[in-house]
Design a protein around this ligand. Structure first.
Ligand code: BDP
Length: 337
């Protein structure tokens, strides 16, 4: 009798361990950057925190280097379908699904990084982040995505295979931009030709194969992707500050216990400061690497920079007209910086 009881107990234990193990929910996160990049480190920190704070009920698997989705628009579409749980993307492609997000990435919008952070972590930025979930695109299609937090990505400048000193030098150049109609219009306003549909990990090859003459990005991506070796002229026009966003799938969110979802949200927010610190270090070291490699860094004259800014001013009309209140409030905040 004792033996039978012991066997039953053992069986119950095995079954409960098995059911506890199967109770773990595994969620995937897609990231285009490689191991060690600031956002990749933040994704891993997010995963660590989620597993710890949910006591193992939720495990986030981080896929780096664009191995799951090479283009961020593909990742966003997978989020919409519920095929993917999280994606760390640039705010730029998000603008195609939730146009109000363009309001925080207009050209020459911020005085500096501190101004951008005051906006993003203030009322304007937090409302726009929350509105991603209820947002619709220009055709009224629901976003299907949820914004969890912003990360830093500095500012973006052009890099090319030839020197550019004035707006006129941009004429006819083929320049890769992110998948967002506003970024296409931005490059075309300079008289260049915009090329979309190239994932950030394919920019280097596209330059060497002469499909494009260059692209635009911040110091860390320019360096980390090796693009500075293919396009060794970095034109410091600093046209946009485009933050990163950690996104979630609305369809996946709806399957998660609300208490666990609240933990996920908290963990995401907790990684922001971590990423900002890693960003500051990487921005500095990337600039050093790029300069030490003999890259030609072109500081535009104030007149040339003003020409770039004036050429892009029309985007405020075309893409910002529905958000003039927000944009005006952002600019007003800039007076303190
Ligand atoms: C980098 C962003 C990354 C974008 C990339 C791009 O970190 O999320 O995918 O730019 O230009 O700065 O596509």
């Amino acid at each position: 009798m004792k033996k039978v009881l012991a066997m039953v107990c053992a069986l119950v234990m095995v079954l409960s361990i098995a059911s506890a193990a199967s109770a773990q929910t595994v969620l995937k996160l897609s990231e285009v950057h490689a191991e060690g990049y600031p956002t990749a480190l933040a994704d891993q920190e997010f995963a660590r925190l989620v597993e710890e704070k949910t006591e193992g009920r939720i495990k986030v698997e981080v896929y780096l280097g664009g191995t799951l989705y090479g283009q961020e628009t593909e990742a966003i579409e997978a989020l919409q379908l519920g095929d993917l749980a999280f994606a760390r993307v640039s705010a730029s492609p998000v603008g195609s699904y939730v146009p109000s997000i363009n309001a925080i990435q207009m050209p020459y919008l911020y005085k500096n990084g501190a101004h951008m952070w005051a906006v993003l972590n203030g009322e304007i930025g937090q409302k726009l982040l929350a509105d991603i979930e209820t947002g619709v695109n220009k055709d009224g299609v629901p976003s299907g995505i949820v914004g969890l937090c912003y990360y830093d990505a500095g500012n973006r400048s052009f890099y090319l295979t030839k020197a550019v000193n004035t707006k006129a030098d941009m004429a006819g150049l083929k320049i890769r931009v992110q998948n967002n109609p506003m970024m296409v219009a931005m490059v075309e306003a300079l008289g260049a030709t915009a090329v979309t549909g190239i994932g950030p990990n394919d920019v280097y090859a596209s330059i060497t194969q002469k499909v494009i003459d260059g692209a635009e990005n911040n110091w860390p991506t320019y360096q980390n992707m090796g693009d500075y070796e293919a396009a060794p002229y970095y034109i410091l026009d600093q046209h946009t500050r485009v933050p990163e966003i950690l996104l979630a799938s609305k369809a996946v969110k709806d399957t998660i216990d609300p208490a666990d979802w609240a933990i996920i949200e908290e963990c995401a927010k907790a990684t922001q400061e971590f990423e900002i610190q890693k960003w500051a270090e990487k921005e500095k070291s990337s600039e050093e690497i790029v300069r030490a490699a003999g890259t030609t860094v072109i500081e535009l004259t104030p007149e040339a920079r003003a020409e770039f800014e004036a050429a892009m001013a029309g985007l405020y009309e075309t893409f910002g007209a529905d958000y003039t209140d927000i944009i005006t409030a952002i600019k007003d905040l800039g007076k303190d910086f």
